[in-house]
Every structure is written in structure tokens, then in C-alpha cells.
Unconditional design. Structure first.
Length: 252
């Protein structure tokens, strides 16, 4: 199973992007019941990492006006957040280990072209839950770029044959109108996606629309995919176990 913790669940959207410790602690406590299941957790960068990556234009790689400093600054913020998230989940009882994504993935113009999965597989074989962040990674044409946690989650789900992929956000799922004023969609496929409206949130990794487009790739390959509200940890657990719960199922 692969669980993606969205940046909006991991950090506050305002006020400096502080880590949502209580929300993470509750998710970690819920996941404690999955101790015997192979689980990979990926988390988004949240407000602070996105702010740094955007201000230094890290997605441009060597073409960034800040040059290598954009990689260094973004990587430092990402390592700090990954360490904090891992510590909170561990304190809640989850046996986990943080793994920097730039040590695993390489891209070409933002697309993953190689992944060294030995460390992830070794962690799973040992009974540990790997915790990877959306990250700056080395790119074979750009030098480096930003690789989203959503892309990482889908790649791992497909490459490792995951049965389920769950996206935990700070909303109940996908709504047919901007925000939560419209009806919550219980299921969403590529045809229906064309009629859904999304707010432009200025996210360097594309926001909800990019998340759904990535999720559709997994669903079309046979992975069970759900988007749920991670502020209700029981929904995360139910989705991972394949039990009915409130959220949006992404279908082929």
C-alpha cells in the first residue's frame, strides 16, 4: 500500500507553514494498526517548502536565477520537514524511516527515468515504513528539478505493484465545483474530470488537478485509488484496507 500525505495535511497553509503535529500524530496512531502490512508513505512539501522552491524557482534547475542555491535551499527545507514528519509518526508508534527522494529518483525534464529502490525495499523487508518527501532531485537535462510527492506515490504504486494508493488531504475529496460548495464526487474518471472546476492555488507541483491526473494513471493500471480527508484518520485506515469510507474513488 502507498499513502500520500498532502502538503495541506502536513503543514498549515498560512502563518509560516508550521507542521500540523496533532494531525500527523493522529494519522500515525491510526496507521499503527497496519504494523504487519507493507506500507510506503510519501508526503508533500507543504507551505514552507513550496514557498522556498517557488521563490528560488527550483523547478527550472540550472536555469534558475539562483543557480545551485535553489537546490541547496529547497533540499534543506525538505530534509527538515521529512525529519519532523518521520519523528512525529514514530512518536505515534509507527516504525518508520525517512528516505530522501533525491537519493532514489532521477528525472529527465521532470519525468522519472531511473529509481534506485534497494533502500526502500530493504526497509520494507525489515518491517519499517519508508517515509519519502516530494523533493528536489537530479535531472539529466535540467541539472535538477522539483519532483512532486504525487508523482513519486504513483510511480512507487505502479513499480511495486501496490494494491491500494490513498491520497490523504485536508478536504473530504473532489467536489464538482470550486471549493466545498458543490457536491462531493464519490467516483471520478477521466471523462468526468473535464467538467470539474479547480481553484488555482499557485502550487509549484500543480495542486489538486495534477494530483488527480497522476491518480488516474494508477487507476488505469489497476490500482485502487482513493482521495480522503486525512483529518479523519479512520477514513485513511479504511481506505488503505479497502473498506467503504467517505471520499472520492478514482476509477479508470
Amino acid at each position: 500500500m502507498v499513502l500520500k500525505l498532502g502538503g495541506s495535511l502536513v503543514t498549515e497553509k498560512r502563518g509560516g507553514g508550521g507542521v500540523r503535529e496533532e494531525a500527523l500524530r493522529r494519522v500515525g496512531a491510526a496507521l499503527y494498526g497496519l504494523a504487519e502490512w507493507p506500507l510506503i508513505i510519501v508526503h508533500g512539501g507543504g507551505a514552507r517548502v513550496h514557498e522556498v522552491a517557488k521563490s528560488y524557482r527550483a523547478a527550472l534547475g540550472r536555469a534558475s536565477p539562483a543557480g545551485l542555491e535553489s537546490f541547496v535551499k529547497t533540499a534543506i527545507e525538505t530534509r527538515r520537514l521529512n525529519q519532523t514528519v518521520t519523528e512525529i509518526l514514530a512518536e505515534a508508534g509507527l516504525r518508520c524511516v525517512g528516505i530522501p527522494s533525491y537519493t532514489v529518483f532521477q528525472t529527465r525534464r521532470g519525468k522519472i527515468v531511473s529509481a534506485e529502490l534497494d533502500t526502500i525495499l530493504a526497509a520494507l523487508d525489515t518491517g519499517l515504513t519508508p517515509v519519502l518527501p516530494g523533493d528536489v532531485v537530479f535531472d539529466r537535462e535540467l541539472g535538477f528539478t522539483v519532483l512532486s510527492g504525487d508523482t513519486i506515490s504513483v510511480y512507487l504504486a505502479l513499480r511495486l505493484g501496490a494494491e491500494r494508493l490513498v491520497f490523504a488531504t485536508d478536504v473530504d475529496g473532489v467536489y464538482e465545483e470550486v471549493g466545498e460548495a458543490g457536491r462531493l464526487l464519490e467516483e471520478l474518471d477521466r471523462r468526468r474530470l473535464a467538467s470539474v472546476r479547480f481553484r488555482d492555488v499557485g502550487d509549484v507541483t500543480g495542486g489538486m488537478l495534477a494530483k488527480i491526473e497522476e491518480a488516474l494513471r494508477a487507476a488505469e493500471a489497476g490500482v485502487e485509488v482513493m482521495i480522503v480527508n486525512g483529518l479523519h484518520p479512520s477514513r485513511v485506515l479504511d481506505a488503505l484496507l479497502g473498506r467503504p469510507t467517505l471520499g472520492t474513488r478514482i476509477v479508470a
